[in-house]
Structure formats: structure tokens, C-alpha cells
Design a protein around this ligand. Structure first.
Ligand code: ADP
Ligand code: MG
Length: 385
């Protein structure tokens, strides 16, 4: 059957749009076997009448921490009555009442009664259900670092981990999750918490480009109709997402690029759709990166961007020589600034054919220039020193 390259207005390219929501729980969890094994190991004692052991899960955003825990919890809930897994999103629940309310609802299956919602009543409700079922509780405090500014992190850990002292239940396990690498959730625990909280550290490293491509390919298969997004474009999207070290950028790019094609009534996503979507999706990341640069580094980035847009020679040496023509910049300073731009993820230094390295922008040149311009909207180099 042949069909027109154009979509009818009632047709869609999405087999299942929910697949591109961040809350979507994928059928297959890729490349997280080690973390799944460690978490399963911590859950195991509870299957033999003991307690779940605690953990701190740590890794940058978009490394699958939430997904991994939710997958395991779903399996536990399906397969055993001995453990009651509870997932708490601390971004939305950071007061004790909100956290215990969320735990109550998941343990008991209905919301805590509004009347007399004193904390002790809610806790007692949780404990008595655990007793009835002779089950062990495990609570995932996702984005638990949000509890620290709220001043409830230590309080909640202390109470949860000592629930068993007041009520005759098994000791609870806590999986505390954070995407904040500047923070050590274990060390944030105060002395009284540390006496009952001995978490295993579980690390989630960023996915490689190949891993991202596999995750995205799977998502495309589930979410889009066949042939909508050709494999080379998935490769390109994976590369962009790997550059941002965030698989979510890739998922978002697929959705946005496909929406553009659909809006135009086309059956295929094109290179141009991905380019346009990439600019929209990565703009906030680029702006954030630019603000972390020094004034002189920003100026160099801006100047490099304009040069690249003009199609000039981008070999590192040629860039330096050209810069020198009207900038009082020494070679050492130039290389320091260039390294800073690489670290900030704005340029890559790519080995060239025998001529040293080439300076390549990670983003659209116009966007880099715009993000790095001085307040007076020019790209002039200030004092280098
Ligand atoms: N291993 C994986 N396999 C499939 N999808 C994944 C995997 N890891 C992450 N994802 C997807 O990437 C997105 C971000 O994952 P998430 O678990 O929210 O990361 P984190 O909690 O570490 O910030 C989600 O949409 C999730 O479905
Ligand atoms: Mg998360």
C-alpha cells in the first residue's frame, strides 16, 4: 500500500505519547543491572523475616535513580507480602505530616483520616498495618536533599528508623536518593541518626552515548510508529544527549522533533526538525553554562562563535593567531580559557588531521554568541588578565 507523504489532520506519529513523559516507567531498564542487584541484596533480609537495609543512591540528574527504585518497588509489591515499599517524592512532600501522610496512604491503601491528623495517630496507623501484615517497611525518600533546607531530613530519618522501638514492628529501611553531587547524604545525618542509619552507597554514573542510544531506540520503538524517526537521527539525538550528560534531553528532543514534523503534516522527522528542537531543548543548559564562565572566558566563547559562524579556519592554532591580531593575549592564557570552555561543555577540542586540534562548538554558533555576549550586546574582548 502506498500512502501520501502527508498526514491527515486526524493522524498522528505517536503510537503512545505517554512514553515520552518523564514519569513513564519503561518496560525494560537498560544498563542498571549492578544497581538493581545491590538494591535486591538490601531487600533480601526482609524476605526472611528481617528488615530492609538502608542505602544512599547518588548520581547526576537523569541517570535512572527514580526509575530503578520504582521498577524494583513495583516488582516487590507484585511478588511478596513481606515487604511494603513506599515511594515518597520529597520535592513535593517535605514536612513530616506530608511525608507520613504519603507513607500512610501507600501502606494502608487510603488517605490518612483528616480528623485528628496528629502525627502520632498517622504513625500509629502505619505501624498497626505493618503489624497486622507482619511486613517490613522500606521507604524511598526521592530527592531527599530537599529535606535539608526544610530542616526535616534528620528528624524524618531518625523517626522512621526508630519506628520499631515504640511499636512492635520490624526496623524500616530507607533508600535516600539525591542528584546533588555536592552533597553527601550519609554525612548530612547527625550523630543520633548515624547510630541507626548505616547506608550502602549506590552510585549512578551518567550513561555513555551508546547506552543513551539504546535507551532512546527502545523508547522510539514503543512511542512512535515505524519509520517516523530514522536510526541516524536517533544517533544524532543520542550524541546531543550524551553531550548534556542527560538522557532526558534525548527523550525530550525526540518528542519535540516529532511534534514539529507532525505539525507540518509530515510522516518523517527530518534533520532540520532535530536541529530546531535541539536549539529549543538545549537553550537553558547553554545559558546556565555561560553564566558559570568568567568574563574573559565568555568573551572568548563569543568571539569563537562569531568566527565559526563566519566559516573561518577553526584549527586551535589559527584561532589563537587570529585572536592575537587584535587581542593582547598570551598563549598560556588562551589555552587556559580554551580549557575552561571545554570543561564548561561549550566547545570540544577535536584532534584534527595533522594540524593540532580543532575548536568545535557544541551548540549552534549564533546561540553561543547570544549566550556569551556582554551586557552591551557586543562580543568585545575585555582585559584578558
Ligand atoms: N536505564 C534506563 N532505561 C530506560 N529508561 C531510562 C533508564 N534510565 C533513565 N531512563 C529514563 O530517563 C528519564 C530520567 O530517569 P530518572 O529515573 O528520572 O533519572 P533520575 O531519577 O536519576 O534523575 C526517565 O524518563 C526514564 O524513563
Ligand atoms: Mg529522580
Amino acid at each position: 500500500m502506498t500512502h501520501s507523504p502527508l498526514l491527515r489532520s486526524d493522524q498522528t506519529l505517536f503510537r503512545d505519547p505517554d512514553v515520552f513523559e518523564f514519569t513513564y516507567l519503561p518496560d525494560h531498564l537498560h544498563h542498571r543491572d549492578a544497581q538493581v542487584r545491590e538494591l535486591a541484596f538490601l531487600l533480601r533480609p526482609a524476605l526472611r523475616g528481617g528488615s530492609v537495609l538502608s542505602a544512599v543512591l547518588r548520581g547526576p540528574p537523569g541517570t535512572g535513580k527514580t526509575t530503578t527504585v520504582r521498577r524494583i518497588f513495583r516488582e516487590v509489591a507484585e511478588e511478596t507480602q513481606q515487604v511494603i515499599p513506599v515511594y515518597v517524592n520529597c520535592r513535593h512532600n517535605h514536612t513530616p505530616l506530608a511525608v507520613y501522610g504519603s507513607i500512610f496512604k501507600q501502606v494502608c491503601g487510603y488517605p490518612a483520616p483528616l480528623a485528628g491528623r496528629y502525627l502520632d495517630d498517622v504513625k500509629e496507623g502505619i505501624a498497626s498495618r505493618l503489624q497486622d501484615r507482619n511486613a517490613a517497611l522500606v521507604v524511598c525518600l526521592d530527592d531527599a536533599d530537599e529535606l535539608i533546607p526544610a530542616g526535616t531530613y534528620n528528624l524524618l530519618l531518625y523517626q522512621l528508623l526508630r519506628l520499631y522501638e515504640k511499636w512492635d514492628v520490624r526496623k524500616a529501611g530507607v533508600f535516600a536518593v539525591t542528584s546533588n553531587l555536592g552533597l553527601n547524604l550519609g554525612a548530612e545525618a547527625d550523630a543520633s541518626v548515624r547510630s541507626v542509619f548505616h547506608p550502602t552507597e549506590i552510585t549512578f554514573l551518567p550513561y555513555s552515548r551508546t547506552e543513551i542510544r539504546e535507551i532512546l531506540t527502545d523508547r522510539v520503538r514503543q512511542g512512535l510508529y515505524p519509520r517516523v524517526l530514522p536510526a541516524p537521527l536517533i544517533d544524532r539525538i543520542a550524541q546531543i544527549a550524551a553531550g548534556e550528560q542527560d538522557v532526558r534531553v534525548g527523550i525530550d528532543l525526540i518528542r519535540q522533533a516529532t511534534l514539529r514534523a507532525e505539525k507540518d503534516g509530515r510522516r518523517r522527522v527530518t534533520h532540520a526538525d532535530v536541529t530546531a528542537a535541539a536549539r529549543a531543548v538545549t537553550a537553558p543548559a547553554l545559558r546556565a553554562r555561560a553564566t558559570r564562565l568568567s568574563e574573559a572566558e565568555r568573551a572568548l566563547a563569543c568571539w569563537i562563535a562569531e568566527r565559526s559562524r563566519d566559516g573561518a579556519d577553526m584549527a586551535s592554532g589559527a584561532v589563537f593567531e587570529a585572536a592575537q591580531e587584535y587581542l593582547p593575549v598570551g598563549k598560556t592564557t588562551y589555552h587556559e580559557h580554551l580549557n575552561a570552555l571545554t570543561k564548561a561543555g561549550i566547545v570540544d577540542l577535536v584532534p584534527g588531521a595533522g594540524r593540532g586540534r580543532e575548536v568545535r562548538l557544541r551548540y549552534n554558533a549564533g546561540d553561543v554568541a547570544a549566550a556569551c555576549k556582554a551586557p552591551d550586546k557586543t562580543c568585545k574582548i575585555p582585559n584578558w588578565a
